[in-house]
Design a protein around this ligand. Sequence first.
Ligand code: MLT
Length: 411
Amino acid sequence: MIRINENYTKLVSTYLFSEVARRVDEFQKSHPDRRIVRLGIGDVTLPLTPAVVAAFQAAVAEMGKDATFRGYGPDLGYDFLRKAIAEGDFRAHGAEVSAEEVFISDGSKCDTANIQELFAVDIRIAIPDPVYPVYVDTNVMAGRTGPWRDGRYGGVIYLDCTEDNGFVPDPPRSRVDLVYLCFPNNPTGATITRAQLAAWVSYARASRALILYDAAYVSYIRDESLPQSIFEIPGSRECAIEFRSFSKTAGFTGTRCAFTVIPKECMAWDAEGGAHPLHELWSRRMSTKFNGVSYPVQRAAAAVYTPQGLKETRGLSDFYLGNAKIIRDRMTGMGFPCIGGEDSPYIWAQVKMDSWKFFDLLLDKAGVVVTPGAGFGACGEGYARISAFNSREKVELAMEKMEAVASELRE
Ligand code: MLT
């Protein structure tokens, strides 16, 4: 008899963004004439930039000629892209990362989800709340949590991110083995200072813990005092892995390309205390389970690091940050206090009511979709995440629609 992985039965609901999509589809079916504006899932709307498209097309043309056709690429990524990343994203900012430490993949969602198969099932994990749901759900699937009780999974050390700590958690007093951090944060848009990140690094080193640092939204940082990479912090190479993506940096949500950086000094231990380089384990995992990202996509990604590519892709994040400012200002004007949206494409608005109730009310009254804060964790209750990924026209329209019914968006 084929049996299931019963950890899946512990999952309390469908994946957050699938549930949002389901409710929106249902609403649209019952209100076919209503125009819906989507500021829910963080999916980009601007097209790939000209430098990226030119490199993409040139690589596709190469694939169509005998002399330049390529079959399987290297499992861990082409050197031209790994070198461009190490130089452009890290060394240029004073972070010591070599090309061999960069693993090219088809997405940070998959990487942050898959990395945990390198670790024992009985480790203690610390996860911020609110949080990108993938970190929690994948640990539930792996059997690293107890059942869901009173709004949380047993066995997880939740790091509450609230107004009181500026939505940036301090290291816990208790010992943990694996910590997830994401800055600029999804969903709150909060950023972490160098000193706060340094405190996490020293905690991890002292307890031989590992930090999984998701920097998918790094290209939205405008405040130059903020760290771009955890590898700017001394000592981090021993205790951190960083995830980055071209999705929100260069509009690759549909094109698919991302990367994970694992320094060669970064270790995890076996039951006898023997140290194992995570770089070797992940190389083994990737070469066994992954055949690489397509050559044209990697050429397109490499074009992001050319002078023209850098200029153009900066234009993308500038544009979405312009949307974020409009959303933040107008939401504040409507009486919803906000954080985020300054070095981040997400605005975290305090809606002062049950967040799914706000979601349904907003959809019904204004035809605007946001993501309910509770979908990101118990501490997200009373908040909504608003995404700045849309056209200027749709963002303005969403704000107008909300302003027209603002007095009805209260309990
Ligand atoms: C989000 O809306 O949180 C993101 O689109 C999720 C993702 O990047 O997978």
